[in-house]
Design a protein around this ligand. Sequence first.
Ligand SMILES: [Zn+2]
Length: 152
Amino acid sequence: MIVFDLLCSGGHRFEGWFGSAADFSSQKERRLLSCPSCGSVSVERVPSASRVNFGAPEPKALPAKPQQPQPTPEMQGKDPFAIAQMLYSRMLDEMLTKSEDVGKQFPAEARKIFYQEAPARPIRGEATQQEHDELAEEGIPVLRLPVPPRLN
Ligand SMILES: [Zn+2]
């Protein structure tokens, strides 16, 4: 089906649906076409700006999809526990490689940093359970790692 914009002799504009352009001509010749407003059978096709096709439709902007974390290939097929372990291990590596190893001076150094007597920096080292508890009681943020500090 095609739609033609039609204009009668009385100036009424209306739409007509036809099987083809030939169908329109045939109905017009047999005076089967008439204006719905005035009944005039003097009807002409008029160009319809609204149906002019300028070619390919404009690409419509797709709605943005929510970003989902993409699993890296090495994570694919692994169970969440293994992935968590891998991420944890990486985090440890990061902390170990970016922190200064102060060894057994850790409790003293952590205190100095906390009280701003030493430059703030990530440090790692050793502390006994008692030293750790003392630091914690003073409100000094320390994190116990379930791995021995790595020595480079
Ligand atoms: Zn009319």
